[in-house]
Design a protein around this ligand. Structure first.
Ligand code: SF4
Ligand code: SF4
Length: 199
C-alpha cells in the first residue's frame, strides 16, 4: 500500500462520508417512491462524461485509491491513462467522449464508498436553488423519465442543502491548507492520472 499522503483530516473525511451517505439516502427515498432502480438498464452512466469540481472529493477519492493493493492501483492508473488518450481522440473528432470510468469493474463501481457526489445523485429527478436564487430542475435519466411521464406529482431530491454542505467542507479544507480556491474541472480519470491533490 502507498503512504497516506496528501489526504484530508479524519474529521473532514468523516463529515464528507456522512454527507455522501445522506446524499445516497435522499436518492434512495425518491428512487423508492418511483420504484426506480438501475437494474436491467441497457445503459451504464459510468461511461458518461462527468466533470468534478472540488478538491475535497479529489482528495477523498485518493484516500480510497491509497487503500488498494499496488496491483489494483496500477490497473486503475493504466485504465485512466487509456481513458484520457481515448477521450482526446473523441474530442479531436468533435465527439463527446463516452468511455467507461476507469474505476468501473464489470459494470460495478470498484471504489463504491469513495465514489463522487454526482455518482450518488444522477438518475432521479432533482432540483437545486443556486446562490443567485436561480432554480434548476433535473428530470432524471431517460429511464426515470419513462416512469415519471404523465405523473401529476413527481418526487425529487432537493440538492440545494447537500451542495451547500459540500461547498462548506470544501471551504474548510481550503482554509486549513491556506490555499486560494483552485479552479477544478476534472474527470475521474484526470484525478487519477494527476495523483492526489497537493494539500
Ligand atoms: S441512472 Fe438511469 S441511465 Fe443510468 S444506469 Fe441507472 S437506470 Fe440506467
Ligand atoms: S466512480 Fe464509480 S459510480 Fe462513479 S462513474 Fe466511476 S465507476 Fe461509476
Amino acid at each position: 500500500m502507498l503512504m497516506n499522503e496528501n489526504i484530508i483530516s479524519p474529521e473532514l473525511a468523516a463529515r464528507l462520508a456522512d454527507l455522501y451517505t445522506r446524499m445516497a439516502g435522499a436518492y434512495d427515498l425518491v428512487a423508492g417512491e418511483l420504484a426506480f432502480t438501475c437494474e436491467g438498464c441497457p445503459d451504464n452512466c459510468c461511461d458518461s462524461l462527468f466533470l468534478h469540481h472540488t478538491l475535497i472529493e479529489w482528495a477523498y477519492l485518493w484516500q480510497g485509491l491509497q487503500e488498494l493493493t499496488p496491483e489494483a492501483l496500477h490497473k486503475i492508473k493504466a485504465r485512466a491513462k487509456r481513458y484520457l488518450s481515448d477521450a482526446t481522440g473523441s474530442m479531436a473528432k468533435g465527439e463527446r467522449p463516452q468511455i467507461m470510468c476507469p474505476l468501473n469493474d464489470d459494470g460495478l463501481c470498484g471504489l463504491y464508498q469513495h465514489r463522487l457526489m454526482i455518482c450518488r445523485m444522477h438518475g432521479v429527478p432533482a432540483k437545486i436553488t443556486r446562490p443567485d436564487g436561480q432554480a434548476l430542475q433535473f428530470p432524471g435519466c431517460f429511464r426515470c423519465q419513462e416512469l415519471t411521464v404523465g405523473r401529476e406529482k413527481v418526487p425529487e431530491v432537493d440538492r440545494t442543502e447537500l451542495y451547500q454542505e459540500l461547498a462548506d467542507l470544501e471551504r474548510q479544507l481550503i482554509e486549513s491548507t491556506h490555499q486560494t480556491r483552485p479552479r477544478i474541472k476534472m474527470t475521474i480519470a484526470e484525478m487519477i492520472v494527476n495523483g492526489p491533490p497537493l494539500l
